[in-house]
Design a protein around this ligand. Sequence first.
Ligand SMILES: Cc1ncc(COP(=O)(O)O)c(C=O)c1O
Length: 389
Amino acid sequence: MKKETQIISSGRKKEFTHGVVNPVVQRASTVVFESVADMQHAVKNRANETLFYGRRGTTTHFAFQDAITQLENGAGCALYPCGAAAITQTILAFVKAGDHILMVDNAYEPTRDFCDKILVNMNVETTYYDPLIGAGIEDLIRDNTRILFLESPGSLTMEVQDVPTLTNIAHQHNMLVMLDNTWGNGFHYKPLDFGVDISIQAATKYIVGHSDVMLGVAVANEKHWDQLRENSYLLGQCISPDDAYLALRGLRTMPVRLKQHEENAIKVAKWLENHPLVDHIRHPAFESCPGHEFFKRDFSGSNGLFSFVMKQSNQNAITALLDGMHHFKMGFSWGGFESLITASLSVNHLRTATGWDKGALIRLHIGLEDIDDLLEDLELGLTRYQAKL
Ligand SMILES: Cc1ncc(COP(=O)(O)O)c(C=O)c1O
């Protein structure tokens, strides 16, 4: 079955949909049992799509979990109230005091903060590594290194990692590999096919796709699914059935939305590439993006999110650009239907293994608007930028 077809047919077992196309929104805290035998059956099968207790999920959750498990080619999917929770709780499900973890230097900022502000107090030490380190990762591995955490492409600077090389080395040292796959979204990149043990996503972004739900997912391979599921349950992680329903509805149209985001973003990036104020484009599909060769080798496509670097910059120029934008709104949570813009004079404060000695970094999320309107907005914005240099 082709992946577009799989996204349409997954999560639609009869017991979830009751004769209509979408699953019923089943709300529950308490599940009631008619007999001791029924209750014992539920206890025994509670990890296996059997109603047991609201926190373990209802048929709406099971339908969504089935679809995401198939999307990521895994053994099972745990649900969290947002992407940040999916990341932190997945790490917590596998570390103990005294462990050491390796975290990619371009990780999403709250992922770094979790390591620096919470793991550190649990006596779990973090070492940040260059996303392009490749086989050099071996030098950073210690006897107590438990987790190798990847994000590819990474936040803001967009470096793409050599995942098979990294997972091979990590597994030789009995480590567990996790990857924040929010950009690759399971449609264009399936980390478990490249040796990753757990793929994590902010479903808030392209899966939900409409900027109206916070949601996180983590899909584990066979070896790690039991521990991920049970520890996430013990940590109290669960989501509302309404959010599971909306996310499953968003997933159905994700491939066609992605196609349009990708087409629009490539047009905008090509236009920017030739703009005299722009130093280079950080879009994984462009040669100027570090790790582009791994994108070409491992991904089947891109989406609407990319960055670009300015030749000259100052805060007044950035403010003039951002303040007057018409279609590009300033906002952080990308992956919806709308275009967004953010900009930073430097990202040096977010990099400890690599640093940043280049100009201002502007990140765009290219939405589903008409491309001419977007280009006009950017053209006027860059004229305002130039006037303040
Ligand atoms: C790469 C990445 N991972 C995780 C998250 C966190 O997702 P959420 O906002 O759902 O907590 C984000 C949000 O921007 C993100 O960009």
